[in-house]
Design a binder for this molecule. Structure first.
Ligand SMILES: C[S@@+](CC[C@H](N)C(=O)[O-])C[C@H]1O[C@@H](n2cnc3c(N)ncnc32)[C@H](O)[C@@H]1O
Length: 218
């Protein structure tokens, strides 16, 4: 594949970043300085648009980092009643708590391993953002399934893995091979599941969007 045109195309799209309020801009800039992986600028714009279009009442986020995407979603979602977000890395938990404390958004941070926390969550969600351990995406999907309301939207980030998803697995190091296999498995699951309607977008590092069409179909 020739990446030159693709990179120019991405650069052009990236030249229209979402306008962030000052507080979020500071969190974004600090995260970038500290090498904390947060959603990319073009992903931010899409997430903000999805929030305004869908106006979810209950959001589940897997992978908080320092709380940037949670606060972004809360900022643009005028119907939000609760956003549950999960993180297991102590230094980021501390920073996320601090960032959330300066906001009035109804965010509950659950600390610990995502798969364990997902076994304990209650109620249903109308928007799920998957952005934690890439090798665990298929497990997350199974665990969130009973908590999806009809019409729920699932967004999974980093499905392109900077282009590595296109490579034959033999060309990758052992760790990347596992991620490669598990993300491909996730994509197969969401594309083949009759109860989900999914599409893939080359936004940011690649997004899989899936709409849960309800229990009657599964
Ligand atoms: C890409 S970052 C999340 C970025 C965040 N969504 C944002 O855009 O602001 C992924 C986060 O998932 C966390 N994570 C990775 N594996 C996890 C696990 N097994 N349980 C909980 N959190 C995990 C990492 O510590 C990291 O902070």
């Amino acid at each position: 594949m020739i990446f030159t045109d693709y990179d120019r195309f991405k650069g052009f799209i990236g030249s229209f970043p979402v306008i962030l309020p000052e507080e979020l801009l500071l969190i974004r800039n600090k995260a970038l300085l500290d090498h904390v992986p947060i959603i990319r600028d073009d992903t931010q714009r899409l997430m903000a648009l999805l929030m305004q279009e869908k106006r979810p009442e209950r959001i589940l986020e897997i992978g908080t980092a320092v709380g940037f995407s949670a606060l972004l979603m809360a900022q643009f979602d005028t119907a939000l009643k609760e956003l549950v977000t999960i993180e297991n890395y102590e230094p980021r938990i501390r920073q996320a708590k601090e960032n959330f404390s300066r906001s009035n958004a109804p965010i509950s941070l659950r600390c610990g391993d995502a798969k364990e926390i997902l076994l304990t969550i209650e109620g249903s969600f109308d928007f799920v953002f998957i952005d934690a351990a890439k090798a665990q995406y298929p497990d997350y999907l199974k665990l969130i399934r009973p908590h999806l309301s009809d019409g729920a939207l699932i967004v999974a980030d980093n499905i392109l893995q900077e282009g590595r998803i296109l490579e034959p697995k033999e060309a990758l190091c052992r760790r990347d091979r596992t991620i490669h296999k598990r993300i491909r498995e996730y994509l197969r699951l969401v594309m083949e599941d009759q109860a989900l309607f999914s599409t893939l977008l080359p936004v940011g590092d690649g997004l899989a969007l899936s709409v849960y069409q309800g229990n009657s179909i599964s």
